[in-house]
Design a protein around this ligand. Structure first.
Ligand code: MN
Length: 431
């Protein structure tokens, strides 16, 4: 595809996704999903476009102002229409090529591709026979924003025009579908994860005391971009010294010092899919005995978590068991007393003093991907595993994070190229 940096998923996958969605919708349903807006900065500036994940999942089209309309009939039959931003010579000269109708057809597998100016008339025509309207909504449990998305704005405009329409959300269905990854999605995710780990391993030998966190960010950006990633999958955290204990540190402005730990929480995107990895390394290339003890404790908890992430396990129970394991390590490190832990034997929430986040989130088109209220692990799901111990009084924070795919008998590490063991990290940094 001449306009894409990445190799796209075959159109047959998106056709299957739409078939599955339609088979779960009642006859008489209309599906509406809009692209995300291009967000403004100031003056005539804009941010890099980031596609709506549901629209990407249903069509593969990564372009602003795109709309998917699906009309569902009996027995899961469906007629799909894709609306594209009309391209013209002026747009080609100033912004570069946009998808032609035939390119969009090839990517999405949708035969009926039109320009967006037909949107209102197509909606009006559909509404003569439609019984239910399933709109793209985002009900992620941790979503919080003042900004109205394009889908929300179009939803409000639609409701003003059709106040009696039976409006429903696509979110429950799509989040259930997106949680289990299809084979073609795994190709993209593997590439995102491989890029994330390989890029990190490539810069590790160059890290020395006196280096700026921003310089490490620059090296990583180079390694990711040359592997055809279009951006970091989230703002990279490169935190040295005391800031290893700041969970969402992103200013990356300090110079790392001899004796510091450096915590990387980084990811490359590929084809819209996100990698997400954390590693903690000593600036000097050698862990101090205490740093090594904390590191080994986090690694032990990481191994334990990976060993109990099995199909059929409730995530809430998994998180609780990881806290039980973490409590043992915190006692060994002298951070909690055995007595404190004994009082909360079933669920030692006292670990939150040093380990305050959860251990896993799902991963896919979004870094914190779709997640039902009470998820149960299943084959084909992709999760992070990221325990951490943060001791501000010692300027010591360690997080170790891998991305894993759940198989029937256990998990597969999707980032095998980034070192995990103390000896491997030290060898790579000193070599
Ligand atoms: Mn993560």
């Amino acid at each position: 595809m001449k306009t894409l940096r990445y190799t796209p998923i075959p159109a047959s996958f998106y056709q299957t996704v739409r078939d599955t969605l339609a088979s779960r919708l009642p006859a008489g349903a209309l599906v509406v999903a809009h692209a995300n807006d291009v967000y403004p900065t100031n003056a005539d500036g804009v941010m890099q476009h980031h596609q709506n994940a549901d629209l990407h999942y249903l069509t593969g089209i990564d372009q602003e102002e795109t709309v998917l309309l699906m009309r569902v009939g009996e027995n899961g039959q469906h007629e799909d229409t894709l609306l594209l931003r009309e391209t013209d010579e002026r747009i080609v000269i100033w912004e570069g090529a946009r998808l032609t109708q035939s390119e969009a057809r090839d990517i999405s597998g949708i035969e009926d591709v039109r320009w967006t100016r037909e949107y209102q008339s197509l909606i009006a025509e559909a509404m003569q026979s439609v019984k239910y309207v399933y709109w793209e909504r985002d009900h992620h449990p941790r979503r919080y924003t003042y900004v109205q998305t394009r889908n929300e704005r179009m939803f409000a405009a639609f409701q003003a025009n059709y106040p009696d329409a039976d409006m429903r959300s696509l979110y429950p269905l799509l989040s259930e579908m997106r949680l289990v990854k299809g084979e073609p999605e795994l190709v993209q995710l593997r590439k995102a994860c491989k890029t994330t780990g390989e890029g990190f391993a490539a810069i590790l030998p160059h890290i020395k005391p006196g280096m700026g966190e921003w310089e490490m960010e620059a090296l990583l950006s180079c390694e990711y971009t040359r592997r055809r990633s279009r951006k970091f999958s989230f703002l990279p955290i490169i935190a040295s010294g005391a800031d290893t204990c700041v969970l969402h540190y992103i200013s990356n402005h300090k110079v790392c010092k001899d004796g510091d730990l450096i915590l990387f929480d980084i990811g490359a995107e590929y084809g819209g899919y996100a990698g997400d990895m954390s590693r903690t390394v000593p600036a000097s290339g050698k862990f101090s005995p205490r740093q090594k003890a904390v590191y080994e404790a986090v690694l032990a908890v990481h191994r334990y978590a990976a060993s109990i992430m099995l199909p059929g396990v409730r995530k809430a129970d998994y998180e609780r068991r990881v806290r039980v394991r973490m409590a043992q390590e915190l006692v060994k490190l002298g951070l909690l007393t055995a007595e404190q832990v004994r009082q909360q034997a079933d669920d030692p929430t006292c670990v939150r003093k040093y380990y305050m986040h959860s251990v896993s989130h799902s991963l896919g088109l979004d870094v914190h991907d779709v997640c039902p209220a009470d998820p149960v692990f299943a084959v084909g799901q992709v999760w992070t595993i990221e325990p951490g111990i943060y001791i501000p009084e010692e300027n010591t924070g360690v997080r170790i994070e891998t991305d894993v795919l759940i198989h029937p008998d256990g998990v597969e590490d999707l980032i095998p190229d980034a070192p995990l063991e103390v000896a491997d990290i030290e060898r790579l940094m000193q070599g």
